[in-house]
Structures are given as C-alpha cells and as structure tokens.
Design a protein. Structure first.
Length: 468
C-alpha cells in the first residue's frame, strides 16, 4: 500500500482496478485532512482577532472617553486612539479626531497635569496620516484648540503640504493673529525649501507687528526665504519702517542689560530671549533698503554683544555700506563669532576687512572649537577661557593635516561645567599647508578633565570615541 501511495499518476494505467480505487481514496482523504486542518486554524485565528477587536474600544468610544474626569481613563483612551491611528485613519476618522479635539472640556490646570494636554496629542496623532481632507476642518477647529495644539496645527498642515494647506495658514492668521490667538508660527518644514512663498509673503509680514515669539517666527521664516532667493527685496520694502521701529524697541530694552566686561550677562534668560529676536531681525534687515533701516543698522553697531554687532556689520555690508575696520576687528576678536565673520565676509568678497591675526589656522581652529562648545546641546555657551595646548599631526589623513588640542573652562558660579575646572577639546583636522579653514569635520569635546590625560591621550580618546 505504501508503494501505491507514492506511485506517479502515469503508473495508475498498469494497476488493477481495485488498487486504483484504493489509491485515489487515500489521496483524497489525505488532501481533505490537510485542507480541513488549514481551514480550522484560519477560522481559529480570525475568531481570536475578532474577539480582540471586540474587546478594544472603537475610535468613537475612545474619543468619547477623553472627556472623562478620571485622568486614568483619559490616558488610556488617548493611547487607544494612538494605536488605532498607527494602523491608519480613514479621512472620515481623521475628521472625527479633529472634531473631538475642538470639543474637549476645559480641564483645570491640575486636572490637565494628570493626563497631559489631550487636545495637543489628538492633533499630533493626525501626523500619522496627514490628509488634505483635514484642511477645512482644522481651520474651523483652530480657535477651540489648546495653545500647544495650535502649534501642532502648523506641523500637520506642513505635512499635508499642498497649496490649500498654505492658504489655510494664512486664513488662520487673518482670523486670529491680530487678536493674539496665534501663539507661534513655526514652519520649519517649509522654511528649508521655501515652499509656497507667493502664498505666505509678503502678507505674512503684516502680522510681525510686535516683538513677541510669533513676530520672531515670521522674521526667521522671511530670512530663510530671502536667503534662498524666494523673497525679493522689493516685496519687503513696504514693511521697512515697521522693521526698523521694532528693532529700535528691542535696542532700547537690550542696551541697559549690556555690560563692559565678561560674557555671563549675555546668557541671562531675560537678555538671551531679547537678543535672539534682535539677531534674526538685524540679519533680515540686510535684505531691505530704506533710510530707516540704514539708520537702525548703524545704531546697532553700538552693541557690546558681538553677536548683535556681527549681524549689524554683515547687513550693512550686504547693502553696500562701508563699515569701520575697527568694528570688524572688534567682532573678529570674539572666538564665538570669528568663524561666522570669516565665512560671511568670504561670501561677500570682503575678507580683506578681517585682520590677518584672526585669519590664521590657529585663530580659526579656536573659533571652530568655541562655536561647537556654544551649541545648545553641548556646553551651551562659549567658555570664559580657552588655550591651545598642542598641535598634533593627523596620521592616516590624505595630505598633511593637523589636530588642534585645547583646554577650556567656565568661571560662572553655579554653571554646570565650572566645578570641573579645565576640560579638553579638539578642533580639526585642518590642512597643514593649505589655506586656513573655519570648519573641522572632527571638532569635538567629551568634557573630560584636562589633567586626567596628556594632549595625545585626549586626542586618541576623542578620535577613537574612547571616553573611559
């Protein structure tokens, strides 16, 4: 029988009739058993999935429970909505999420703290499945959203990324900006590609009338579009007087906060918030030609803050104005600004204005190190002191190159790095014989104490990423 069960179909022609019947019956029974087994497990799996789906609340149930006074219920429900969204929302489901976000009750600060900003999280969930069908509903829902959710509206509309979405931004601005109901306008996704410039500008500049965060957002966006050639000088000129006036108001607030010595004052919270807005505005004003702008830029040369003075100088040069050599030397002396001054003067064909002593590789390596340290995710500010300890050839690099090994420290009482004393950092590698460069691909610090290792060991531990 085993032999019969394994015979080919052609061999059936040479078997007795009763053997053929038995063989076919066995094959039928075997095939039926396999099919039945597969079908059984498929049915079982589908039943389990249906049971799990039945246990999980529906989208509408989860959205309804977001109104519950129990914060645990709200937290559980928002997680359910998030899980459903990760599987994909239909346009109709997305619209129901928007409606729910706009109709949430106003919880007290204490109640909201226990479950987080549910409205904000609902709007963020829409980034899982951005859809152009959401656009009209978002515009209508906007005034009823939380402050954080309003900021995320910009993210959702940018991810939808249509002209209609850009027009929705302008619709929201027209309805709510002048009444102070638009807290921020962060359009980072569109900024890098200068998207929909003709929709956003120059109309958007009408809403940059104060010195709040939103006005700075608009200045920053306009500057990016100018730098990419998407926004022309002529379209900015009608707003020149307002820009100069705002810059003057900021100057009036900043000047009394400046000091003749030290740098700690530049990183005080009240000063840094104002100087950040002013820096962007001074840079933008370099793209606008008017007597009021020129006058304000010249007044800004009186800043003792090298960042603000740098952008005043660069904007004047961009407009074809003359700048005193002493002013350029003053900002180039700042290690934090030195590489920016070098780079921007080079672009403008004005590098001859920079004193030779600040264009050496040693000076630019120091500037590169300090600029890296000042980044907010690193030291967060320039060090108070920095010293070049050794120049070490870079082995294995194509062409002769050098590493610059520094030690640096902060002296501000209470600053997190001050207690550690002198720390080690490296800049480079830079060409040994080529023209000076202001940017090393390996510039870095592990914040190791200087006294712990030799200069060569610090370099090896950083380049080899050995921080033990």
């Amino acid at each position: 029988m085993e032999w019969l069960a394994t015979e080919s179909t052609e061999s059936l022609l040479f078997l007795p009739r009763e053997s053929v019947v038995r063989l076919l019956a066995m094959r039928f029974i075997k095939s039926f058993a396999v099919c039945t087994s597969v079908t059984f497990w498929l049915v079982l799996a589908n039943a389990a999935a249906a049971e799990e789906s039945a246990r999980r609340p529906s989208l509408d149930d989860a959205l309804a429970h977001l109104r519950d006074k129990d914060p645990k219920v709200r937290l559980s429900s928002i997680e359910t909505v998030k899980d459903i969204a990760q599987g994909g929302l239909t346009p109709q489901e997305g619209l129901r999420v928007i409606t729910a976000a706009a109709s949430l009750p106003k919880f007290t600060a204490g109640e909201a703290a226990l479950s987080g900003d549910v409205c904000d999280r609902l709007i963020w969930i829409l980034t899982e499945t951005p859809n152009r069908a959401y656009v009209p509903a978002i515009v209508e829902a906007y005034p009823n959203l939380s402050e954080k959710a309003k900021a995320n509206v910009c993210v959702v509309l940018q991810m939808i990324d249509t002209r209609e979405a850009a027009e929705a931004i302008m619709n929201i601005m027209e309805r709510h900006a002048k009444a102070g109901r638009v807290p921020r306008l962060e359009l980072h996704r569109w900024k890098h590609d200068a998207r929909f410039a003709d929709v956003l500008f120059p109309k958007l500049l009408e809403y940059a009338s104060g010195n709040d965060a939103m006005a700075s957002d608009i200045d920053d966006l306009a500057l990016a579009y100018c730098d990419k050639g998407a926004l022309k000088t002529a379209s900015l000129e009608p707003y020149a007087t307002a820009m100069a006036r705002r810059c003057g108001h900021l100057r009036d607030e900043l000047m009394p906060l400046q000091r003749d010595r030290g740098i700690d004052w530049m990183f005080a919270d009240n000063y840094e918030a104002l100087s950040g807005k002013t820096e962007i505005l001074l840079d933008l004003m370099g793209h606008v030609h008017s007597p009021e702008i020129d006058d304000e830029l010249h007044k800004a040369l009186g800043y003792r803050d090298p960042r603000l003075k740098t952008f005043s100088i660069l904007s004047l040069l961009r407009q074809g104005q003359t700048v005193a050599a002493s002013d350029v030397a003053n900002v180039a002396a700042s290690a934090e600004m030195r590489c920016i001054v070098f780079s921007e003067l080079e672009k403008l064909g004005k590098l001859a204005l920079m004193p030779d002593r600040f264009k050496t590789q040693k000076a630019l390596a120091e500037g590169d190190m300090v600029q890296w340290l000042a980044f907010e995710t690193e030291l967060g500010r320039p060090p108070d002191e920095i010293e070049l300890m050794k120049v070490i050839p870079a082995p294995g690099e194509k062409g002769a190159k050098d590493w610059y090994v520094f030690r640096y420290r902060t002296t501000e009482v209470g600053y997190f790095a001050t207690k550690d004393g002198w720390l080690a950092g490296i800049a480079g590698p830079f060409s040994h014989d080529g023209p000076p460069s202001n940017s090393g691909s390996g510039t870095f610090s592990s914040f190791n104490p200087w006294e712990k290792y030799s200069a060569e060991e610090h370099l090896q531990k950083i380049v080899g990423k050995d921080d033990k």
